[in-house]
Design a protein around this ligand. Structure first.
Ligand SMILES: Nc1ccn([C@@H]2O[C@H](COP(=O)(O)OP(=O)(O)OP(=O)(O)O)[C@@H](O)[C@H]2O)c(=O)n1
Ligand SMILES: O=C(CO)[C@H](O)[C@H](O)COP(=O)(O)O
Length: 401
């Protein structure tokens, strides 16, 4: 990633920042640097980004160019766009794609509701693709919806984990620094070109470990693990009653808290028309454990599923819902309960279409405290693993703790 002005070597002024837009995704780049972003807010500065995305991904060894390879069923490039798009002070994002992938790219933009994106044709090399993006930004076209930037961030479309802080560092460096011998010695490809041909002032800025590039097939697995970990940091336990503190759901919540001590576990009731729950959904919690005790088998789970379906939460990441049911195996034979619970397979199939992964969990409710604790612990382990793995093959299955 480099920053450089298109057609001008004038260092740019930083621009206003409205970090923390509603609906922006916190998992894409948790934003401790939003504070830094507000620094940009004090000075007007036009920043754009060019994403070269015209490669064929030879080293990946698969027919699909790596930028379009799916991670959790969403193309890699969509994660990169999401990471840049949530940085509010980047006004335009220009993506260079080959003619044959133009329609694919347009459908990705539409499906995942990306904003501020323009497309240009890629070139035969990465540098030519970047050049085409810069030309589009520099052109004086009357109908162009692009604003002329003072600083352009160049970022490979296959580096999905870029953070706002590092982008800010690059943009600030573009403004403040001249070039040094060190930069000349260790500068990367684009930096060398800028120095050699444009007399552009330049500075090498230290990146973060997250800036790595997806190059080989194994990198797709690594990226998937990172994304799964990011969206598994919060679980909401949804209760079917509001007042009862002794509700078995609260016991489950306690066990989840002690078993998953790095995860934030909250609980909420579906009462009050689910207003609090709606807020949790808006705050982008991607994991729900729905406890059905006082109501009929799937009543609460279905209410929760409807709320999730109505929200936009599932567009970017698969949401996990574990429908939990308790049964005293001594009093009621499991086979009797199972019959009703088997409906979960149909529900799961339906909601999978909307990117919701629904699993069933039957927990043995024993009158013996110790045995109950053991079942709850087993249940918590199963829940943790379902959330961590997000295994599509297990949807609609009824697991037993
Ligand atoms: N003609 C090209 C070649 C590459 N790129 C882009 O430049 C970035 C970094 O390049 P690289 O990792 O080398 O991608 P590929 O060329 O696709 O990979 P490979 O070298 O394995 O073929 C990628 O986002 C890639 O799509 C581009 O826009 N136009
Ligand atoms: O990884 C690459 C290609 O494989 C890029 O070329 C790499 O980012 C080069 O750095 P820059 O162009 O930013 O100087």
């Amino acid at each position: 990633m480099e920053a450089g002005p298109p057609g001008s070597s004038r260092p740019a002024e930083p621009g206003p920042c409205l970090s923390g837009q509603r609906g922006a995704d916190h998992t894409a780049s948790a934003s401790p640097q939003s504070v830094a972003g507000t620094e940009l807010g004090r000075h007007p500065q036009a920043v754009a980004a060019v994403l070269p995305a015209g490669g064929c991904g030879e080293r990946m060894g698969v027919p699909t160019p790596k930028q379009f390879c799916p991670i959790l069923e969403r193309p890699l490039i969509s994660y990169t766009l999401q990471a840049l798009e949530r940085v509010c002070w980047i006004k335009d994002i220009v993506v260079a794609v080959t003619g044959e992938n133009m329609e694919v790219m347009k459908s990705i933009i539409q499906k995942y509701q990306h904003k501020r994106i323009s497309l240009v044709k890629a070139g035969v090399t990465r540098h030519r693709s970047i050049f085409n993006g810069l030309k589009a930004l520099a052109e004086d076209q009357i109908n162009s919806k692009l604003s002329k930037p003072e600083v352009v961030i160049i970022h490979d479309a296959v580096r999905p984990f870029v953070e706002e802080g590092v982008l800010l560092k690059v943009v600030t460096a573009a403004k403040e620094h001249g070039c040094s011998d060190y930069d000349l010695e260790f500068g990367t490809e684009c930096l060398q070109l800028a120095l050699k041909y444009c007399c552009t002032k330049a500075k090498l800025v230290e990146g973060s470990p997250d800036l790595w590039k997806v190059t080989y097939k194994r990198d797709l697995y690594a990226a998937e693990s990172i994304i799964k970990e990011r969206i598994s940091q919060e679980i909401c336990v949804v209760m079917d009653t509001e007042e009862d503190n002794k509700h078995v759901g609260h016991l489950l919540e306690e066990v989840l808290k002690s078993e998953l001590n790095h995860v934030k576990v909250t609980s909420e009731a579906l009462g009050h028309a689910g207003r609090h729950l709606l807020q949790i959904i808006l705050d982008q919690c991607y994991n729900f454990v729905c406890v059905n005790v006082t109501t009929s088998d799937f009543q609460e789970t279905q209410k929760l599923l409807s709320m999730l379906e109505e929200s936009n939460l599932c567009i970017l990441y698969p949401v996990v819902v574990v429908s939990v049911h308790f049964l005293d195996f001594k009093l009621v034979p499991p086979s009797q309960k199972m019959e009703n619970l088997m409906q979960i397979r149909e529900f799961a199939k339906e909601v999978k279409e909307r990117n919701i992964l629904l699993y069933g969990l039957l927990i043995c409710y024993s009158q013996d405290d110790q045995k109950l604790q053991e079942s709850l612990r087993q249940g918590a382990i199963i829940i943790a693993s379902l959330i961590k793995e997000r295994n599509c093959g297990l949807i609609g299955q009824l697991l037993i703790a």
